[in-house]
Design a protein around this ligand. Structure first.
Ligand code: UTP
Length: 236
Protein backbone atom coordinates (compact mmCIF):
# COMPACT_ATOMS: atom_id res chain seq x y z
CA UNK A 1 0.00 0.00 0.00
CA UNK A 2 1.40 3.41 -0.87
CA UNK A 3 1.70 5.77 2.14
CA UNK A 4 -1.11 7.98 0.79
CA UNK A 5 -3.57 5.20 0.05
CA UNK A 6 -6.74 5.07 2.19
CA UNK A 7 -6.83 1.92 4.32
CA UNK A 8 -9.70 -0.43 3.49
CA UNK A 9 -12.59 -0.05 5.89
CA UNK A 10 -13.11 -3.45 7.46
CA UNK A 11 -14.25 -2.84 11.03
CA UNK A 12 -17.96 -3.09 11.84
CA UNK A 13 -19.72 -1.69 14.91
CA UNK A 14 -23.02 -3.13 16.15
CA UNK A 15 -25.34 -1.35 18.58
CA UNK A 16 -27.64 -3.90 20.23
CA UNK A 17 -30.67 -2.35 21.94
CA UNK A 18 -31.22 -3.41 25.53
CA UNK A 19 -34.86 -4.00 24.62
CA UNK A 20 -33.62 -6.57 22.06
CA UNK A 21 -31.28 -8.38 24.42
CA UNK A 22 -33.60 -8.81 27.38
CA UNK A 23 -37.33 -8.99 26.60
CA UNK A 24 -38.56 -11.56 29.11
CA UNK A 25 -39.32 -14.01 26.25
CA UNK A 26 -36.81 -16.51 24.85
CA UNK A 27 -33.88 -14.50 26.19
CA UNK A 28 -31.71 -17.51 27.00
CA UNK A 29 -31.93 -18.98 23.49
CA UNK A 30 -31.51 -15.55 21.88
CA UNK A 31 -28.42 -14.68 23.95
CA UNK A 32 -26.76 -18.00 23.11
CA UNK A 33 -27.40 -17.68 19.37
CA UNK A 34 -26.45 -14.00 19.27
CA UNK A 35 -23.23 -14.79 21.15
CA UNK A 36 -22.32 -17.54 18.65
CA UNK A 37 -23.08 -15.23 15.73
CA UNK A 38 -20.94 -12.40 17.13
CA UNK A 39 -18.11 -14.81 17.93
CA UNK A 40 -18.05 -16.02 14.29
CA UNK A 41 -18.41 -12.54 12.77
CA UNK A 42 -15.69 -11.29 15.11
CA UNK A 43 -13.26 -13.74 13.53
CA UNK A 44 -13.99 -12.38 10.05
CA UNK A 45 -13.64 -8.67 10.88
CA UNK A 46 -12.72 -6.35 13.77
CA UNK A 47 -16.09 -6.18 15.50
CA UNK A 48 -17.13 -3.80 18.29
CA UNK A 49 -20.52 -4.24 19.96
CA UNK A 50 -22.35 -1.83 22.26
CA UNK A 51 -25.28 -3.03 24.36
CA UNK A 52 -28.15 -0.88 25.66
CA UNK A 53 -30.04 -0.90 28.94
CA UNK A 54 -33.58 -1.40 27.61
CA UNK A 55 -36.55 -1.67 29.93
CA UNK A 56 -34.44 -2.21 33.05
CA UNK A 57 -32.62 1.09 32.50
CA UNK A 58 -35.87 2.93 31.80
CA UNK A 59 -37.50 1.53 34.97
CA UNK A 60 -34.60 2.61 37.18
CA UNK A 61 -34.40 6.00 35.46
CA UNK A 62 -38.14 6.55 36.00
CA UNK A 63 -37.85 5.62 39.67
CA UNK A 64 -34.77 7.82 40.11
CA UNK A 65 -36.52 10.72 38.39
CA UNK A 66 -39.45 10.45 40.80
CA UNK A 67 -36.89 10.55 43.64
CA UNK A 68 -35.57 13.86 42.27
CA UNK A 69 -32.21 12.66 40.89
CA UNK A 70 -30.55 14.96 38.35
CA UNK A 71 -30.43 14.09 34.63
CA UNK A 72 -26.69 13.34 34.95
CA UNK A 73 -27.35 10.97 37.85
CA UNK A 74 -30.09 9.29 35.83
CA UNK A 75 -27.74 8.89 32.86
CA UNK A 76 -25.20 7.27 35.20
CA UNK A 77 -27.82 4.79 36.37
CA UNK A 78 -28.56 4.03 32.70
CA UNK A 79 -24.85 3.50 32.00
CA UNK A 80 -24.57 1.04 34.89
CA UNK A 81 -27.43 -1.03 33.45
CA UNK A 82 -25.87 -1.04 29.96
CA UNK A 83 -22.65 -2.38 31.50
CA UNK A 84 -24.59 -5.09 33.28
CA UNK A 85 -26.02 -6.19 29.91
CA UNK A 86 -22.57 -5.96 28.30
CA UNK A 87 -21.17 -8.21 31.00
CA UNK A 88 -23.97 -10.71 30.38
CA UNK A 89 -23.32 -10.84 26.63
CA UNK A 90 -19.51 -10.87 26.97
CA UNK A 91 -19.75 -13.72 29.46
CA UNK A 92 -22.01 -15.68 27.11
CA UNK A 93 -19.51 -15.19 24.26
CA UNK A 94 -16.69 -16.33 26.56
CA UNK A 95 -12.93 -15.98 25.92
CA UNK A 96 -10.99 -14.30 24.46
CA UNK A 97 -13.31 -11.39 25.37
CA UNK A 98 -11.95 -9.44 28.35
CA UNK A 99 -13.30 -10.07 31.85
CA UNK A 100 -13.89 -6.34 32.36
CA UNK A 101 -16.22 -4.26 30.18
CA UNK A 102 -14.35 -1.36 28.46
CA UNK A 103 -15.61 1.92 29.91
CA UNK A 104 -14.36 4.38 27.27
CA UNK A 105 -14.03 4.55 23.49
CA UNK A 106 -10.25 4.68 23.91
CA UNK A 107 -10.22 1.45 25.92
CA UNK A 108 -12.53 -0.21 23.40
CA UNK A 109 -10.30 0.69 20.45
CA UNK A 110 -7.17 -0.52 22.28
CA UNK A 111 -8.92 -3.74 23.31
CA UNK A 112 -9.98 -4.40 19.73
CA UNK A 113 -6.31 -4.69 18.74
CA UNK A 114 -6.16 -7.67 21.08
CA UNK A 115 -9.53 -9.34 20.74
CA UNK A 116 -12.61 -9.35 18.50
CA UNK A 117 -15.48 -9.02 19.23
CA UNK A 118 -15.29 -6.50 22.06
CA UNK A 119 -18.51 -5.84 24.02
CA UNK A 120 -19.28 -2.71 26.01
CA UNK A 121 -22.08 -0.53 27.36
CA UNK A 122 -22.16 3.23 27.89
CA UNK A 123 -19.33 5.67 28.58
CA UNK A 124 -20.45 9.04 29.95
CA UNK A 125 -23.70 11.01 30.48
CA UNK A 126 -25.41 12.82 27.62
CA UNK A 127 -25.98 10.19 24.94
CA UNK A 128 -26.97 6.53 24.56
CA UNK A 129 -25.02 3.42 23.55
CA UNK A 130 -25.88 4.29 19.91
CA UNK A 131 -23.71 7.37 20.42
CA UNK A 132 -20.92 5.20 21.82
CA UNK A 133 -21.20 2.91 18.76
CA UNK A 134 -20.85 5.94 16.47
CA UNK A 135 -17.86 7.31 18.42
CA UNK A 136 -16.09 3.94 18.12
CA UNK A 137 -17.00 3.70 14.42
CA UNK A 138 -15.48 7.11 13.72
CA UNK A 139 -12.27 6.16 15.57
CA UNK A 140 -12.03 2.85 13.72
CA UNK A 141 -13.04 4.37 10.35
CA UNK A 142 -15.55 1.53 10.32
CA UNK A 143 -17.24 0.21 7.20
CA UNK A 144 -20.69 0.56 8.78
CA UNK A 145 -22.69 0.64 11.98
CA UNK A 146 -25.48 -1.87 12.40
CA UNK A 147 -28.26 -0.94 14.80
CA UNK A 148 -29.95 -4.11 16.08
CA UNK A 149 -33.21 -2.73 17.36
CA UNK A 150 -36.79 -3.75 18.18
CA UNK A 151 -38.24 -2.50 14.88
CA UNK A 152 -37.36 -3.73 11.39
CA UNK A 153 -36.30 -0.37 9.99
CA UNK A 154 -37.21 3.29 9.73
CA UNK A 155 -40.81 4.16 8.82
CA UNK A 156 -42.33 7.30 7.36
CA UNK A 157 -44.72 7.37 10.40
CA UNK A 158 -44.92 5.48 13.71
CA UNK A 159 -46.08 1.96 12.66
CA UNK A 160 -47.59 1.35 16.13
CA UNK A 161 -50.10 4.15 15.64
CA UNK A 162 -50.20 4.42 11.81
CA UNK A 163 -51.13 1.04 10.23
CA UNK A 164 -50.34 2.41 6.74
CA UNK A 165 -46.82 3.53 7.66
CA UNK A 166 -44.22 2.47 5.05
CA UNK A 167 -40.75 1.20 5.78
CA UNK A 168 -38.03 3.21 4.07
CA UNK A 169 -35.31 0.87 2.70
CA UNK A 170 -32.91 3.77 2.07
CA UNK A 171 -32.68 7.29 3.50
CA UNK A 172 -30.22 10.13 3.08
CA UNK A 173 -28.45 11.50 6.16
CA UNK A 174 -30.28 14.87 5.97
CA UNK A 175 -33.67 13.08 5.96
CA UNK A 176 -32.72 10.81 8.86
CA UNK A 177 -31.24 13.63 10.96
CA UNK A 178 -34.41 15.66 10.48
CA UNK A 179 -36.41 12.68 11.75
CA UNK A 180 -34.18 12.17 14.83
CA UNK A 181 -34.25 15.89 15.64
CA UNK A 182 -38.05 15.90 15.48
CA UNK A 183 -38.33 13.20 18.19
CA UNK A 184 -35.28 13.84 20.43
CA UNK A 185 -35.55 16.05 23.51
CA UNK A 186 -32.26 14.96 25.10
CA UNK A 187 -33.59 13.66 28.45
CA UNK A 188 -32.46 10.35 30.01
CA UNK A 189 -34.09 7.07 28.96
CA UNK A 190 -35.54 8.13 25.58
CA UNK A 191 -36.39 5.60 22.89
CA UNK A 192 -35.19 6.78 19.44
CA UNK A 193 -34.34 5.05 16.13
CA UNK A 194 -30.70 6.13 16.70
CA UNK A 195 -29.45 8.85 18.99
CA UNK A 196 -28.81 12.40 17.84
CA UNK A 197 -25.08 12.48 18.61
CA UNK A 198 -24.63 9.18 16.78
CA UNK A 199 -26.50 10.40 13.71
CA UNK A 200 -24.45 13.62 13.58
CA UNK A 201 -21.14 11.78 13.92
CA UNK A 202 -21.88 9.12 11.32
CA UNK A 203 -23.25 11.64 8.82
CA UNK A 204 -20.12 13.77 9.14
CA UNK A 205 -17.79 10.77 8.79
CA UNK A 206 -19.89 9.35 5.92
CA UNK A 207 -20.24 6.00 7.68
CA UNK A 208 -23.49 4.23 6.69
CA UNK A 209 -25.96 3.09 9.33
CA UNK A 210 -28.02 -0.07 8.85
CA UNK A 211 -31.15 -0.54 10.98
CA UNK A 212 -32.41 -4.13 11.38
CA UNK A 213 -34.63 -6.08 13.74
CA UNK A 214 -32.15 -7.48 16.26
CA UNK A 215 -34.15 -10.63 17.03
CA UNK A 216 -34.03 -11.60 13.33
CA UNK A 217 -30.57 -13.11 13.55
CA UNK A 218 -30.21 -14.18 9.89
CA UNK A 219 -30.93 -10.62 8.84
CA UNK A 220 -28.66 -9.18 11.53
CA UNK A 221 -25.82 -11.41 10.32
CA UNK A 222 -26.39 -10.32 6.71
CA UNK A 223 -26.14 -6.66 7.74
CA UNK A 224 -22.99 -7.26 9.81
CA UNK A 225 -21.32 -9.13 6.95
CA UNK A 226 -22.28 -6.43 4.42
CA UNK A 227 -24.75 -8.59 2.50
CA UNK A 228 -28.26 -7.57 1.36
CA UNK A 229 -30.66 -7.38 4.32
CA UNK A 230 -34.24 -6.37 5.15
CA UNK A 231 -34.27 -3.08 7.02
CA UNK A 232 -33.18 0.50 6.36
CA UNK A 233 -29.83 1.87 5.22
CA UNK A 234 -28.97 5.46 6.05
CA UNK A 235 -26.25 7.04 3.94
CA UNK A 236 -24.89 5.51 0.74
P1 UTP B 1 -29.40 2.99 26.10
O1 UTP B 1 -28.22 3.01 25.22
O2 UTP B 1 -29.99 1.70 26.50
O3 UTP B 1 -30.52 3.91 25.45
O4 UTP B 1 -29.04 3.79 27.39
P2 UTP B 1 -31.98 3.55 24.91
O5 UTP B 1 -32.28 4.57 23.86
O6 UTP B 1 -32.88 3.43 26.07
O7 UTP B 1 -31.80 2.17 24.11
P3 UTP B 1 -32.45 0.69 24.24
O8 UTP B 1 -33.86 0.78 24.68
O9 UTP B 1 -31.58 -0.07 25.16
O10 UTP B 1 -32.34 0.23 22.82
C1 UTP B 1 -29.98 3.94 28.46
C2 UTP B 1 -29.78 5.28 29.10
O11 UTP B 1 -28.48 5.33 29.75
C3 UTP B 1 -27.90 6.62 29.63
C4 UTP B 1 -28.94 7.49 28.89
O12 UTP B 1 -29.78 8.09 29.87
C5 UTP B 1 -29.75 6.46 28.11
O13 UTP B 1 -31.03 6.93 27.78
N1 UTP B 1 -26.59 6.52 28.89
C6 UTP B 1 -26.26 5.41 28.18
C7 UTP B 1 -25.68 7.56 28.97
O14 UTP B 1 -25.95 8.60 29.59
N2 UTP B 1 -24.45 7.45 28.32
C8 UTP B 1 -24.11 6.34 27.61
O15 UTP B 1 -22.98 6.30 27.04
C9 UTP B 1 -25.05 5.31 27.53
Amino acid sequence: MSPRATPTRTAVVVSVGGSVLVTGTGDEQYLRTLAALLRECGKAMPLAVTVGGGRTAREYIALGRSMGLTEVELDEIGIDVTRLHARLLAGTIGGPTPDRVPTSVREAVLELHRASPIIMGGTEPGHTTDGVAALIAVRLRAARVVNATDVDGVYDADPRTHPRARRLPALSWPDFRALVNRVATGSAGQNLPFDRLGAELLARAEIPLDIVRGRDLANLEAAIRGRPFDGSRIGS
